[in-house]
Design a protein around this ligand. Structure first.
Ligand code: B12
Length: 443
């Protein structure tokens, strides 16, 4: 069948993403995996990546040119609107195009997506096995239920992600990493229970974390070395370091197969504190930076977030990273429900003391599928008016009862040691303008 996949990730950046921040150059692993599976059984797969196009007329043009029989649309909550617009345009080009939606948002809120007049099927959870079966049923005109629960595939049996699907090259997360840069996923799911995220991930990937075997990941890296001669890479896994044995086996094998290129991955303060020997080993294998969710410098807030870490661990983990020469990308949030100004300032002070290589702040955003989202809705706190407001970037008020003018200053303060005064002022101005614009919209 002719299958066209749609990546609608333009909510934060708009069409023509050439000038957008680096991470918006990254491929989408969900669609690449579906593409590899569909191509393996003979389907003709193409992609419409909204980031590459100039506007909706181009989307119409592409659909008319590609003439898909099935349109497979992925979406995070933030991309609901462009995803649904792409579906609408497809149906207006040809009513017979079967539109299938999947990804984080349809897995978390299947009813909302299934209610869309232009959506024929919604796949909840992982798509590889289920999408193929659905394509077969569509081809043979066998009726299916509108909302289909995806099966969890055995990851080692899947073909490697189809990287040719996304035409543009991935940019390194930081400039110190050389190109070609690639992104890799070693597993799915997360064992942790942070209230700002879960149970969303369990809804997509199930309760258990499943990881590819070390051999399978190394084989993919081997292919990427041959094909692209990658010079650095990033693991997208939510918490790669949670499985110490896996990491140690990976580091040994990475070196044994003569890989020397630097890599970055996410970790947690508690894991780093408990596994300093693993940090040392990872550094020796090529670890250049950890992305760490420090989240807050206040213990009450960390507990409220169910982070499972302490402020003391945050400091200790930072010291361990510095000792071993591992750069820190520090993720932290300001403006959580119930957070006081003094508690927010604890976070500012923590970041100033830790002095991460990259401070990466966010205004707390209630994401659908998380317990904190439900908390905000139940307590009438959410200021989210459209799906595009789900962007976590610190550019608009997210919940009631928070002094965003103060937070904006706190945010600039937290980064002061890292950005020039001129840049800080510019950031300040942009954020202020966006907040004003947002408030005008909702008042
Ligand atoms: C890498 C990543 C990113 C990258 C995305 C790169 C890219 N081009 O895709 C970057 C850093 C840019 C990013 C940004 C954001 N992200 Co993000 N990201 C992730 C992360 C860590 C991995 C995604 C991934 O590749 N997963 C592995 C693949 C295989 O899974 P998958 O994409 O879900 O696909 C499977 C199924 O969902 C399904 N499926 C997917 N699409 C389709 C389509 C069809 C037709 C079918 C049948 C099935 C199907 O089948 C796939 C294979 O099994 C996830 C967490 C996670 N572990 O998944 C968060 C996650 C997806 N991100 C999230 C969020 C909130 C964001 C941001 C909004 C944060 C922000 N900055 O404000 C932005 C939004 C970006 C945008 N679209 O504008 C949330 C989404 C929650 C939600 N309610 O939507 C997640 C789940 C993290 C979390 N738990 O909070 N992110």
């Amino acid at each position: 069948m002719r299958v066209t996949l749609v990546f609608p990730g333009i909510s934060e950046t708009g069409f023509n993403t050439a000038k957008a921040p680096v991470e918006y150059s990254w491929m989408n692993h969900g669609l690449s995996s579906l593409s590899a599976c569909a191509k393996a059984v003979g389907h003709d797969v193409s992609l419409i990546d909204l980031r590459e196009l100039a506007g909706w007329d181009d989307v119409r043009g592409e659909i008319s040119r590609l003439k898909p029989q099935v349109l497979g649309v992925t979406m995070m909550s933030v991309d609901y609107e462009p995803a649904m617009e792409a579906a609408r345009i497809a149906k207006s080009v040809d009513r017979n195009i079967v539109v299938v939606a999947g990804g984080p948002h349809p897995s978390i809120l299947p009813e909302e997506v299934a209610a869309g007049a232009n959506i024929d099927y919604v796949v909840v959870g992982e798509g590889e096995t289920t999408f193929l079966k659905l394509l077969e049923d569509i081809e043979n005109c066998r009726p299916r239920e509108r909302v289909i629960t995806g099966e969890h595939p055995d990851l080692d049996t899947l073909p490697f992600a189809d990287r040719e699907l996304f035409r543009f090259k991935e940019s390194p997360i930081e400039n110190f990493l050389r190109r070609p840069f690639v992104t890799v996923i070693a597993g799915r799911g997360c064992v942790y229970n942070c209230s700002f995220c879960q149970p969303a991930e369990r809804k997509i990937f199930g309760r258990k974390v499943r990881r590819r075997s070390v051999a399978n990941v190394i084989d993919e890296l081997e292919l990427l070395r041959e094909r692209y001669d990658f010079q650095s890479f990033m693991f997208h896994d939510d918490c790669l370091t949670e499985d110490r044995k896996w990491v140690i086996r990976f580091c040994d094998e990475y070196r044994r197969r003569k890989f020397r290129k630097p890599f970055v991955c996410q970790s947690r303060a508690d894991i780093i504190c408990k596994n300093e020997d693993m940090v040392r080993l990872m550094k020796k294998a090529g670890l250049a930076m950890y992305l760490i969710g420090f989240e807050s410098g206040n213990q009450r807030v960390l507990n409220f977030l169910r982070k499972g870490t302490t402020v003391e661990m945050n400091y200790r983990a930072a010291r361990i990273c510095k000792k071993h020469g591992v750069r820190i990308w520090a993720n932290y949030m300001l403006g959580m429900p119930t957070e006081t100004k003094e508690e927010a300032m604890d976070t500012v002070r923590m970041i100033q003391k830790i002095k991460p290589y990259r401070p990466s702040p966010a205004f707390f955003t209630p994401h659908p599928g998380s317990d904190l989202y439900d908390y905000c809705v139940k307590n009438g706190l959410s200021l989210i008016r459209s799906h595009s407001d789900f962007a976590r970037s610190p550019n608009a008020p997210k919940i009631k009862g928070i002094d965003y003018k103060f937070l904006q200053e706190a945010l600039v303060e937290s980064k002061k040691r890292f950005v020039s005064v001129r840049l800080a002022r510019k950031a300040d101005f942009i954020i202020e303008r966006r907040i004003k614009h947002f408030l005008q919209r909702i008042i």
